[in-house]
Design a protein around this ligand. Sequence first.
Ligand SMILES: Nc1ncnc2c1ncn2[C@@H]1O[C@H](COP(=O)(O)OP(=O)(O)OP(=O)(O)O)[C@@H](O)[C@H]1O
Ligand SMILES: [Mg+2]
Length: 380
Amino acid sequence: MKNPPVNPFRFGALALDESFADREQERRELVSDVRNGQDVVIFAPRRFGKSSLAWSAVQALSAEGVLVAQVDLMTTPSKERLAAALAATIFEQIASPLERVRERALAPFRGLRIQPTVTVDPQDGSFSFSFAIGQEPADVDATLERLLQLPAELGGARNRRTALVIDEFQEVVEIDARLPNLMRAVFQQQPEVAHLYLGSKRHVMERIFNDENEPFWRSAKSIELGTIEPAPFEAFIADRFEATGRTVGAAAVAEVLERTGGHPYATQELCYALWEQTPRGEETSAERLRHALGAVLRSEHAHFSLLWEEASRVQRLVLQALAREPGHPFRSEYRGRHGLPPATNVQKALAALERREIVIGEGGAYRIAEPFLAEWLNAG
Ligand SMILES: Nc1ncnc2c1ncn2[C@@H]1O[C@H](COP(=O)(O)OP(=O)(O)OP(=O)(O)O)[C@@H](O)[C@H]1O
Ligand SMILES: [Mg+2]
């Protein structure tokens, strides 16, 4: 007998292939920009699908023969780690595909100021790189600089288009305050290489790209990733249920999307729970959706409790107000309705909540960004 279908919804890991909904236009735009060698920055709050979109574009580009190296700055808290991650991705994604003999792909790394230790995994033959700590800072910088030059040189020598994807780019300033300068100085000299920067923490990303005193000022085209549109998301959800032997009612899909506002992660999370509530061969129901939402809130409880504990008193008041009514917390009617303190205090609390991406403000109107937090607050 065939194995029973497994839950088709995924949250947390990258949304790949069948788990990837819509983003058609953004994907086309991104593929085309990278093909043109255009630098792009993708801004979006946490869990909006930046990495998944980049991954999907990279797959299409690789199929066209573009060589794409990728690093995630969240996993490289020091310059030595960053150098190691760069060396590994350049080796795997750029040097190796250009060399018939894999060992020869190591040649470009022999010219580095600091030599990496290269280890070959006997199991799968994969190579890993590491750089010893405690080296002269100038030597570490020279090594990083050289590594950042390599994609352009290796690709250029063979007439191959190359791209470098840097995920969690907002971390660049945490690794070393001078790192943006060093990177930008190198990238400026490689107009043919497409650099793709992905990042959350809007205030940090904006400072990096929109402040004229910063090295990356206006250096890339920016794409702002929003939520996923209702029509394609509805089709995606219905299709996933159908493909796994269940039916999702139109009312249920509409309610799911109304609750999540098309937030990619939240939608997958709620659909995952709804699917679990729906036996094979059956249809979703309002009752099942209610249980699903309960399950999501229970599983997010620890996360929300921590967030609540870390919030100041005014932040808590503001959160409770926004959970009941998204809107304009600076206005006196709003503050009056929700018993909020003076506008300056509210402003300070909102700024802190925005920095943590718990709240989103657009044109003076604020709402809770963290999916399901409003439900949790209202239920508590
Ligand atoms: N195009 C999409 N279609 C369906 N679900 C998606 C899509 N993009 C993202 N998701 C959902 O959102 C989750 C987070 O996606 P992803 O890791 O790509 O986001 P991110 O913006 O890179 O997040 P982070 O800020 O944590 O790095 C995925 O696990 C998936 O559930
Ligand atoms: Mg990501």
